[in-house]
Design a protein around this ligand. Structure first.
Ligand SMILES: NC(=O)c1ccc[n+]([C@@H]2O[C@H](COP(=O)([O-])OP(=O)(O)OC[C@H]3O[C@@H](n4cnc5c(N)ncnc54)[C@H](OP(=O)(O)O)[C@@H]3O)[C@@H](O)[C@H]2O)c1
Length: 298
């Protein structure tokens, strides 16, 4: 890798533009970006005006991007991860670090790793917050044998890379696992608040939920939710049955609540409440271990 850093963004949309601009603000001189529409744009087009006003160079071709950059961060839509890689692959060499920061499945990351094996350094990365909000400060998980090299070259500019494994796929898996909760939580909020809206109590319910979540560090809430759910599944399933009845009576959707009811049913079948005899364990570990074991024994 050349010194100083030469950065290339493969993809120049919301994430690529903000990262490029923030790297330049942080003092990096060599920032080049490629996207098909940016390459084809006229100087007066918004994307070119943005690039010019921030000192970002636009590469005309994938080949030029690779010639002018040593660290390439791919920020295309997930479905474009493989096609975008195929467009640059032949121009990558030993000096390149290719970082896939797209939101993609683990299998795709493993395919990209296999395609780049022996050609250049590859790092799997996952952007863990909204780039328009946090820009270059968005926490980034990274995995792969050379993830530390990526972390070390971007750290001076303020990009915070946390290494989460030595194999490509670990970072993307962590993001997808976290999404189960974050995106699911959004679905639960929508279902609950639509029912509240129908009943004319939307603001009061939203405020009550916000006060509950705000009152304690989220780590304590995780413990309470995981441990309390296992121990009190027998009692809570009745509450969910009543919630379901209420949702149906006001014509609200029930998809998420039916899933919660089914989850309680399964915990009862696994005899989780009996294991703890009404007393919540001190940490989430025994509950999760018991769940994995109970499922394996089925
Ligand atoms: N934005 C965020 O806050 C955020 C947060 C976390 C993760 N991410 C992830 O970061 C990635 C990029 O997100 P984004 O919000 O920046 O998406 P976006 O605004 O849709 O931009 C995608 C960019 O990729 C380019 N592109 C698409 N196909 C390409 C190809 N084959 N070769 C080269 N460039 C290509 C697009 O331009 P052309 O179609 O003209 O080529 C566009 O410039 C996604 O995987 C997303 O999940 C984003």
């Amino acid at each position: 890798m050349n010194d100083p850093l030469r950065l290339g963004l493969l993809g120049f949309g919301e994430a690529g533009q903000r990262f490029a601009a923030d790297f330049i603000k942080a003092g990096l001189k060599n920032v080049v970006a490629y996207s098909r529409s940016a390459a084809a744009a006229n100087p007066s087009d918004t994307v070119r005006v943005f690039a010019a006003s921030h000192g970002i160079e636009i590469a005309a071709t994938p080949k030029e991007l690779c010639q002018r950059a040593d660290l390439i961060i791919a920020v295309t839509p997930g479905k474009a991860a493989l096609p975008a890689l195929r467009a640059v692959k032949r121009y990558l060499g030993k000096n390149h670090i290719y970082v896939d920061a797209n939101t993609v499945g683990v299998k795709t990351i493993e395919r990209i790793a296999a395609l780049l094996e022996g050609r250049c350094t590859f790092v799997d990365a996952a952007i863990m917050s909204a780039v328009p909000l946090d820009g270059i400060k968005a926490p980034i998980f990274a995995s792969g044998a050379e993830a530390a090299r990526f972390r070390d070259v971007v750290a001076p500019y303020g990009m915070a890379v946390q290494i989460v494994g030595d194999k490509p796929g670990a970072a993307s898996a962590m993001k997808l696992i976290r999404s189960v909760c974050m995106k699911g939580l959004a679905g639960l909020l929508l279902e609950s608040l639509e029912a509240a809206q129908r009943c004319g109590v939307r603001d009061a319910v939203a405020a009550d939920m916000a006060a509950f979540i705000d009152a304690k560090p989220f780590e304590q809430i995780i413990k309470r939710f995981v441990c309390g759910t296992a121990v009190h599944a027998g009692r809570r399933i009745h509450e969910m049955a009543d919630s379901l009845e209420l949702l149906k009576s006001v014509g609200a959707p029930t998809r998420m609540t039916r899933a919660t009811h089914a989850m309680f049913k399964e915990l009862i079948e696994m005899q989780m409440p009996e294991r703890y005899n009404g007393k919540e364990p001190d940490s989430i570990e025994p509950v999760l271990t018991a769940l994995v074991e109970a499922r394996a024994a089925r």
